[in-house]
Structures are given as C-alpha cells and as structure tokens.
Design a binder for this molecule. Structure first.
Ligand SMILES: [Zn+2]
Length: 91
C-alpha cells in the first residue's frame, strides 16, 4: 500500500482527526459513548476511543493512554460519592 493510499484510508476512518493508537500506530478506532468507570460523561471528557486493531483504549486527542486520567476521575467520583453519602446519612 502506498503512503498516499494509506492517508486516504486513514482519513476515511478518522472523521474526527484523532491521533493514531499509541499501542499499534493504527488510526482505526471507535468512539466510546459509555463506560463502566465514567458513565456517559467520562469517555466524552477524555475523548475516549477504542482501537479496532489491538483493542487498546486511549485519548483520541493526545494519542496516549487514558489510564491515569481514568484513575483520577474514578478517585474523584468516589470521594464526591462518599461526601454526598455522608451528608445523606446525616439528614
Ligand atoms: Zn491499537
């Protein structure tokens, strides 16, 4: 496959102009609209996409793994949940 053809191929699969997968270098992904860790908001916040070639999930804007961002997001969600739960118990 020539470089030109590869460019066309990537463009057709990449309407958002996102970065290639950090793991395998392919630009062939599906946007994730819902995840167990972030519901519908989390994946949107982190431009979370799933690579169709190797199955890795990553940030489409940066092309890097979202693991750190997800860890922080989940930690904040848990803390906020605990605080809200604490106040509900006090009522
Ligand atoms: Zn990949």
């Amino acid at each position: 496959m020539s470089l030109e053809l590869l460019d066309d191929f990537q463009e057709s699969n990449n309407p958002d102009g996102y970065q290639a997968c950090y793991n395998c270098g392919q630009t062939n992904y599906d946007k994730i609209t819902f995840s167990f860790w972030g519901g519908m908001l989390g994946p949107k916040m982190f431009n979370h996409v799933k690579c169709n070639s190797c199955g890795s999930t990553y940030n489409g804007k940066t092309g890097q793994s979202n693991k750190q961002a997800i860890t922080i997001y989940v930690a904040i969600t848990l803390i906020v949940g605990l605080i809200i739960g604490f106040f509900i118990i006090q009522l």
